[in-house]
Design a protein around this ligand. Sequence first.
Ligand SMILES: C=C1C[C@]23C[C@H]1CC[C@H]2[C@]1(C)CCC[C@@](C)(C(=O)O)[C@H]1[C@@H]3C(=O)O
Ligand SMILES: O=C(O)CCC(=O)C(=O)O
Ligand SMILES: [Fe+2]
Length: 364
Amino acid sequence: MNIARDDELAGLHVFDSSLLQKQPNLPTQYIWPNGDLVPNQDELNETLIDLNGFFKGDKMETAHAAQLLRAACLNHGFFQVTNHGVDPSLIRAAHQEIDTIFNLPLHKKLSLRRQSGGLYGYSGAHADRFSSKLPWKETFTFGYHENDSHPIVVDYFKNFLGEDFQPTGWVYQRYCEEMRRLSLVILELLEVSLGVERFHYRKFFEGGSSIMRCNLYPPCNSPGLTLGTGPHCDPTSLTILHQDEVGGLQVFADNKWQAIRPRPDAFVINIGDTFMALSNGKYKSCMHRAVVNRERERRSLVFFVCPKEDKVVRPPQDLVRREGTRKYPDFTWSDLLDFTQNHYRADVATLQSFFQWLLSSKSF
Ligand SMILES: C=C1C[C@]23C[C@H]1CC[C@H]2[C@]1(C)CCC[C@@](C)(C(=O)O)[C@H]1[C@@H]3C(=O)O
Ligand SMILES: O=C(O)CCC(=O)C(=O)O
Ligand SMILES: [Fe+2]
């Protein structure tokens, strides 16, 4: 067993934060460039959208929520929602299960690590994918799509982690179902706010496979030198994030880094590159990052809404007619996903680099 373990670890850079913390200096692979480390200056005075009116079917309140959402998305693409209907005890359980996963022994976590080119499984600082600017975090990622005959998340946990992980699988099964329900509400508000045909976006996302990720950010002795998640725009469509009370999520808006204050009763929603393209560039996919701190471990739960892989990403006709011109060429989510997993490390310029790559790969 030990030999197998050593074999497995040989040649691998392994993220063991408590061991790394004992070293006198932060290893260079974890040090980020100064430009990415500029401290935040402010807290974002972010839009808070109460979904109660929408759920009651109140037209005035829904219109008001859509207006707030529109202003936030035109400006930077970040807002928070309250009265979302997700049971607080489910959110708490989903946070607790993060520990069930990351408290596993290192050799077990390594046996679950994501395979080259794949997205699902365990990753410690993405150390087996990258050799510099390593993010100070552990992640566990899995897929979710609607399936009436199988609880697919439960099956994944049972098959991948073992029978004992069935209860964990159920927590995330329910959590993902709730995230999907919430994503449909947000898509409807996005339709209202952009004045596009009712259900247009909801239909577009039918049958999509979303990505669920659990993040654990351990404390770090040199929080000013590294980042938990580096500056990036999400390449996906919509992101629904729940951060614990520690705080660390920051957005680059109005030309400065601004912190998003944690609210246990709220989900942070942001527009990703793919939705920016679906809105013909009107709604912003905003640069954000997660910082770490010296004292406290931080957890976040992130649900990335994605369309079905072969769907062609293009804005609705009525929007293009009003706008006059198309801002981006057609693409499929599967090509953009492939780009981020096999050709390019997602950052703040993913979409532009992707279009260049598409153009150059088509010309061969
Ligand atoms: C399609 C994806 C690429 C990333 C995982 C999903 C959704 C968001 C992307 C990511 C989180 C953006 C920041 C950089 C990244 C490498 C990370 O720090 O985790 C990104 C993801 C990835 O490729 O793993
Ligand atoms: O953990 C966070 O607060 C941010 C994570 C994030 O931006 C991401 O995973 O895309
Ligand atoms: Fe992100």
